[in-house]
Ligand binder design. Structure first.
Ligand code: FNR
Length: 191
């Protein structure tokens, strides 16, 4: 059975390079990772007053995360930090207190940018939130994907051959192994 992976992309842009990289990662381990892109653009801004009676978008988002075996964050950096839409999604999924949908889900963080430092700042802010939320976050390979532009992809949106594709391929395999390792360790502990 493939592992169910919830992919959260931190860009709502139609031609997003982050979305294209996310699709490439899914394609590489498609037989073993059943990936779904989770919609975050429709989530109302998090408001703690909604905890008792949440909007349907919160309910749907929390269920999709809860049903996943792992979470892959793929995001641009906005002004050296997490795009607001992604931070909102993390906050929505993390509540109500004590009922975080992210709890214990193995995760990986990929940031993608046309710039040279590959979204390093955003990557670490997402990591900080994920670690706080008790998600085992994959350490290596680190994925600050810089110098990525529309030219990095072919007409069908797949990564062209080259060092970027090589790194993304390595990353997809490592994330698969990470998810397997976390779930098998848990099974062993439960025996
Ligand atoms: C950016 N961009 C950007 N890039 C970067 O490397 N570091 C940054 O701090 C920022 N800041 C930033 C702020 C805002 C508001 C925007 C709209 C853009 C550029 C960004 O990396 C570029 O637009 C990417 O193409 C966005 O990713 P998607 O939408 O293509 O996935």
């Amino acid at each position: 059975m493939p592992y169910k992976i919830a992919i959260i992309v931190g860009s709502l842009r139609e031609g997003s390079i982050n979305r294209k990289v996310a699709r490439s990662i899914c394609g590489i381990r498609g037989d073993d990772l059943d990936c779904s892109m989770i919609e975050i653009g429709d989530l109302p801004l998090y408001n703690q007053d909604h905890d008792a009676n949440p909007p349907e978008q919160y309910v749907r988002f929390r269920r999709q995360i809860a049903e996943a075996d792992g979470v892959l964050f793929v995001s641009p950096e906005y002004n050296r930090g997490i795009p607001g839409v992604l931070k909102n999604a993390i906050d929505v999924g993390s509540r109500p207190y004590g009922q975080s949908a992210f709890d214990k889900k193995p995760a990986a963080i990929v940031t993608v940018s046309p710039g040279s430092i590959g979204g390093f700042g955003a990557n670490h802010q997402i990591r900080q939130a994920a670690v706080f939320l008790n998600m085992p976050v994959m350490a290596q390979p680190e994925a600050y994907l810089g110098h990525v532009t529309d030219d990095s992809f072919d007409e069908s949106g797949c990564l062209k051959d080259g060092p970027l594709k090589d790194l993304v391929t390595k990353l997809a395999h490592a994330f698969h192994d990470w998810v397997v390792m976390i779930h098998r360790s848990r099974q062993l502990l439960a025996e």
